[in-house]
Design a binder for this molecule. Sequence first.
Ligand code: PLP
Length: 409
Amino acid sequence: MIRVNENFLKLRAGYLFPEIGRRVRVFKQEHPQARVISMGIGDVTQPLAPAVIEAMHRAVDEMGRRETFRGYDDTGVGYEFLRKAIVDNDFGQRGVSIDLDEVFVSDGTKPDTGNMQEIFGVENVVAVADPVYPVYVDTNVMAGRTGEASDEGQYAGIVYMPATAENGFVPSPPDKPVDMVYLCFPNNPTGSVATKDELAKWVAYAREHKAVIFFDAAYEAYISDPAIPHSIYEIEGAKEVAVEFRSCSKTAGFTGVRCAYSIVPKQLKAYTRDGRAVDVGPIWKRRHCTKFNGVSYITQVGAAAIYSPQGKKQVRQTIDGYMVNAARICEGLTKLGYKVYGGVNAPYIWLQTPKGVGSWQFFDRLLNEVHVVCTPGAGFGPAGEGYVRLTAFGLPENVKEALDRLARL
Ligand code: PLP
């Protein structure tokens, strides 16, 4: 008799975005004339940079000639031209030295953050922020690292670290040992960033407890404050305890193209039951090359073009455009008397709902009264109650119109 993996039965149904979709559909059916503006989407809206398009066209032509055709990427971890561009630009230029064989090119940070847990023991204790990007939690539920979910949707066995206005949405290390810590800065959904000192506390904690930090830097390109670290490896000692994830999705509009990478440093160790230290990099390489067959050549050529002088300029212009939206949203909402966080070093704005108005209640008010869609903070965890997330990825004209409408609320 075929048995199901019962860990999957513990998963709470993907509730947040389907429920938003359902409420928006009902509203549109009842108000077919209303023009609904979404400020809830976490997807980009601007097209790929011309330098990326040109490079991909060239790569397609190469694939069309026998002499330059490429089949499998037999490195399994990404072409050297892309890994070299990553190492030189994303790290070398910030004074961080990463070796080419510490870079693993993939099809996304969602798969990477979801898959990385698999090479670590199922008995490890996991810590995440609350609110949190749900992939970190759900993939650990699937792996069997948790018990059942509570009514609030929190799983037994996971250590949840509230990210609140009081701690600047940057939780401190817990007062008990955990083994696997997920950190995301700039943060989705709160838009917060961690300072060097804050990250240094986490690195010290991980070193003390022989824990591993999974550092999701998918929004690194949105950091504007020169004092904020872009990589956890800017903190001394981090290579011994941290994996870092980067993505071209939000950096260069690759959400529909798919290219990302993980850094697994040679110094990173995990331990056997009898305390023997084992290198993590070769295990990740083994897993990556067994279960994944590489990112397409065309995509990797496109990703490398982000690092060309033209590509850099074009990608920066797009990000700057999104951050103009973010600044407008923050300024507009502050003028209207709202308390907002984030939106400075991140494309997310974390808006505190008016006193006594819950996240979903505020969502319904925005939808019904001004036809604007946001994302209720409670959907990312109980500590998100009392907030909604707005994104800066919309079109500028929609941002302006949404703010005008909010003024009428
Ligand atoms: N990590 C975070 C924190 C995200 O918010 C997202 C997308 O919304 C991802 C990862 C997904 O990245 P990718 O498109 O590379 O899979």
